[in-house]
Design a protein. Structure first.
Ligand code: HEM
Length: 174
């Protein structure tokens, strides 16, 4: 498992500008997800035209925060716990992970290179994100204090805030 932070950053920067940027990447993500894993489609109520912006913003926050685990981990724990409300189950994470890796490879191959190092980095990053979210979703009670410290409710949402996926930047770092 090789997670190269520079490779992660560079590829995400490329994803933003190549092949129609994150709009194209995000829309393709949901199109392929629903084609390949139709059973998860009913979980989504927000149209892909809106939903993809949240996912892309969240990926941006994760990539930006990868060197600050003290902030990134609570962000991911809260997100994992929020996903319980969305009826997400642990096995869904491998489907979503496979899909993200596949669409990234497709996206970045259009105008440039998608190398083995890039694939390994993204695979490792996705695995880490999924593991961290699942860990919290499987035992939310254990993360109550941490969540509170960063301004989240026990269900992973923030009071009076409808954009919790943007919160990493403004977390109340102790
Ligand atoms: C790689 C890990 C994942 C990331 C980064 C991610 C990111 C997000 C973000 C940013 C949102 C917006 C709402 C919020 O932040 O609470 C969201 C909502 C959602 N996610 Fe995920 N997610 C992941 C994994 C999954 C998995 C495995 C599923 C299962 C199919 C899933 C299903 C959903 C659903 C159903 C919603 C609500 C959609 C709606 O409002 O209709 N997510 N996700």
């Amino acid at each position: 498992m090789t997670l190269d932070i520079l490779v992660l950053r560079n590829t995400f920067e490329r994803a933003k500008v190549e092949n129609g940027g994150t709009t194209e990447l995000g829309l393709r993500f949901y199109k392929r997800l629903f084609e390949k894993y139709p059973s998860v489609k009913p979980l989504f109520h927000t149209p892909p035209e809106e939903q993809h912006k949240k996912l892309m913003a969240s990926l941006g926050a994760i990539v930006a925060g990868v060197e600050q685990p003290e902030r990134l981990l609570p962000y991911l724990h809260a997100m994992g716990i929020r996903h319980l409300k969305y009826q997400t189950e642990t096995p869904h994470y491998s489907a979503v992970g496979e899909n993200l890796l596949a669409v990234l490879a497709e996206h970045l191959s259009k105008e440039g290179e998608w190398t083995i190092a890039m694939a390994e980095t993204w695979e490792a990053a996705i695995e880490l994100v999924a593991k961290t979210m699942v860990e919290a979703s499987e035992n939310p009670g254990a993360f109550k204090e941490e969540l509170a410290k960063f301004g989240y409710e026990p269900d992973g949402f923030k009071k009076n805030d409808v954009t919790p996926w943007l919160q990493q930047e403004s977390a109340n770092t102790p």
